[in-house]
Design a protein around this ligand. Structure first.
Ligand code: FAD
Length: 275
């Protein structure tokens, strides 16, 4: 199938994109890397009257670190961030999870913010942003608001972004020195969306496990301390508490098993890297 007819607006700045989106509301869609939107257009699951291409906007391509926060603009492609030399120091968890997003080819086009906007429950980037307590910067015209990732993801492919808003950037806070990180996932084939993904963070005063693919949004679970000898029991209790969904990719039981096993491996990795 081919897309329904649409007008195409090529934006050379984020100002212009924000203006066009504000004027057209739900009749318009941002076009970023096109890795999710183009299939939706081809299948006519989305039929916007106007496509607003933000990729020519050079002011959207910024990757900066300021006050221990990694700021990633709307036009930053996944491959660009992965190749950015500062990534491992600024956001070690993101450096671990990003290679799991799709394939070399899709990362060469897809953006970080596009994945956050798309909000697939099995996506690695919403999970990573939520695990790190990150923020989404939304823009309507010239007005900006910041939304915590925990509030931004509201359901399966449902976010707090209004139709007349653009994601200008996302921010990943740096973790305190000595924080260990781990990331593990299982998908059907390499490069597929995760059936279940687990991101772990371990610091002096907190153990966090973030889980994707099990519910409609990333789930965060914190323990003040978690002795390795208590871990299996804690993960089992967590797996049962999640109300795992069953779909054509996996049963609820298999998802619970993955939470126990991937959770343990991600925590082990984080513990080793914190030591
Ligand atoms: C073969 C294949 C395998 C894949 N595997 C994975 C995987 O394993 N894990 C994974 O997470 N993803 C995977 N993806 C999806 C990929 O990561 C996409 O790149 C991502 O979901 C969307 O980013 P994009 O820049 O391509 O956005 P687009 O496809 O251009 O847009 C997606 C949606 O977000 C909106 N949008 C984009 N940017 C903004 C913005 N700045 N402000 C407001 N709205 C915006 C668009 O309007 C659209 O609704 C895969 C894709 C393919 C084709």
């Amino acid at each position: 199938m081919k897309p329904a007819p649409f007008d195409y607006v090529r934006c050379d700045s984020l100002d212009e994109a924000a203006q066009v989106i504000e004027q057209n509301g739900d009749a318009a869609r941002i076009l970023a890397g096109g890795q999710s939107l183009m299939p939706m257009l081809n299948m006519r699951l989305a039929q916007p009257a106007v496509l607003v291409d933000i990729m020519p906007a050079t002011d959207a391509r910024q990757i900066t670190v300021d006050k221990a926060v990694l700021h990633v603009g709307a036009g930053v492609r996944q491959a660009d961030l992965l190749a950015w030399p500062g990534l491992g120091a600024a956001a070690p968890l993101l450096a671990r999870s990003l290679p799991w997003v799709g394939h070399t080819q899709t990362r060469a086009r897809g953006t970080i913010c596009g994945s956050i906007a798309h909000a697939d429950p099995s996506s690695e980037l919403p999970l990573t942003l939520a695990a790190l307590g990150g923020t989404v910067i939304l823009r309507r015209g010239n007005k900006r608001r910041k939304v915590a990732a925990a509030d931004f993801f509201m359901g399966m492919m449902l976010t707090d972004k209004a139709d007349d808003e653009v994601i200008e950037a996302v921010e990943f806070p740096q973790m305190p020195a000595g924080t260990g990180t781990g990331f593990r996932e299982v998908g059907r084939r390499k490069g597929d969306f995760a059936i279940v993904a687990c991101a772990a963070l371990i610091s002096n005063d907190r153990v966090r496990l973030a889980i994707g693919g099990v519910n409609d949004t990333p789930v965060l679970h914190d323990w003040d301390t978690l002795d390795p000898s208590d871990e299996a029991e804690a993960l089992n209790a967590l797996a049962w508490s999640l109300d795992a969904r069953a779909d054509l990719h996996a049963s609820a039981r298999y998802r619970r098993d993955l939470v126990r096993n991937l959770g343990a491996t991600a925590l082990k990795e984080a513990r080793q890297c914190a030591a």
